[in-house]
Design a protein around this ligand. Structure first.
Ligand code: SF4
Length: 346
């Protein structure tokens, strides 16, 4: 069932800062359902899931959900469910083996040529399918004075030409820190590119403000921002404006989605997602098979369905709008391409 989209409040006099939006994020499932005019009895015994990992969803994201629709694809990404507490074969707390690729605190180094920094343990939104929902952030959260070992690690490995800001969400860190750490990295001669994986400009588009644009554009590093958009309903006018602002400043914009049951596992949704991303200036790049993290098995899409979706997207979209279907595997040297469907060639 679908009802009215909640109207935006963007024309009201006070425009909250991104920090204010974070501070007023919904932290209670019943409060979220109340805003959406849904019956809290539909919470499906989610108390344990909420205690295991709390809900967090900013109002600007809630405004893109449909009132009265318990199956809303944005709501499905954030609402704790009892199903998260069920164990499932093959699902674990560290599906990508990152604990074995953590050479010094704050650094994850899995692949040749690039290393990832845990810039911030915080996120603007808690996505129930997150593969780092059990990550030991307590061992990888560094104060400014504690970054030297990580910077030394990057400086001592000349094979690293790209640094990836991750988390949590790296844009949850403040801009003074991001300016400082970016300057430290740019001072290492063999590092040429900075890649930023984030959901913050999608969830709270006002995050792309002047101080953010300053450090993004003041660096000699080539900057690539990878958005994590899963559904076309996530893209509204404010999101499009934020993306276009970044694009005008020379930031390369790519998207990676996670394929999620009852969120985006339909051809129509994925076609609309690719088209809307491209309209916003973001290239649809990857679709990830779900990482098998404990608590997320109910989001899993079967291999047969993935093949079918690939085939249908190839038939309906120009090649540059068909994202690559990939997965990650613990210990592998790169992301792995998922098997391509067999196409009939006329
Ligand atoms: S790290 Fe990304 S996917 Fe995980 S909760 Fe944060 S924003 Fe969501």
């Amino acid at each position: 069932m679908t009802a009215d989209i909640i109207p935006h409040t963007s024309t009201e006099a006070h425009q909250p800062s991104w920090q204010e939006e974070l501070a007023t994020a919904i932290r209670n499932p019943a409060a979220l359902l109340k805003i959406l005019e849904l019956d809290p009895s539909q919470l499906d015994s989610s108390t344990a899931a909420q205690q295991a990992w709390s809900i967090r969803v900013p109002l600007s994201y809630v405004q893109r959900m449909s009132k009265g629709d318990i199956d809303d694809p944005l709501l499905n990404q954030v609402l704790p469910l009892g199903a998260e507490m069920l164990s499932a074969p093959g699902f674990s707390s560290d599906p990508l083996g990152e604990e074995d690729a953590n050479p010094v605190p704050g650094v994850v180094h899995k692949y040749h040529g690039r290393a990832l920094l845990i810039i911030s343990p915080a996120c603007a939104i808690h996505c129930r399918y997150c593969f780092r929902r059990h990550f030991p952030y307590e061992d990888n959260t560094l104060g400014k004075s504690e970054w030297q070992a990580a910077l030394d690690y990057l400086a001592n490995d000349e094979s690293i030409s790209e640094v990836i800001y991750s988390g949590g969400d790296p844009l949850a860190a403040n801009d003074n820190f991001l300016l400082w750490i970016t300057e430290q990295i740019a001072a290492i001669p063999h590092i040429n590119r900075l890649r930023i994986h984030t959901r913050l400009p999608l969830v709270i588009p006002s995050r792309i403000n002047q101080s953010c644009l300053h450090w993004l554009t003041a660096t000699r590093l080539k900057v690539v921002m990878v958005w994590h958009v899963n559904h076309p309903n996530e893209i509204d006018q404010a999101v499009t404006q934020a993306a276009q602002t970044l694009k005008r400043r020379g930031i390369e914009l790519l998207n990676q989605s996670v394929l999620l049951k009852q969120v985006n596992d339909s051809t129509q949704t994925l076609v609309a997602l690719s088209e809307q991303l491209f309209e916003a200036g973001i290239l649809p790049y990857y679709i990830h098979r779900l990482d098998k993290v404990a608590g997320a098995a109910h989001f899993n899409v079967s291999d047969e369905r993935i093949q079918q979706l690939q085939q249908e997207l190839l038939a309906l979209l120009p090649g540059y709008l068909v994202p690559r279907f990939v997965c990650e595997q613990a210990g592998a040297h790169a992301k792995l391409a998922l098997p391509s469907p067999k196409m009939d060639i006329a």
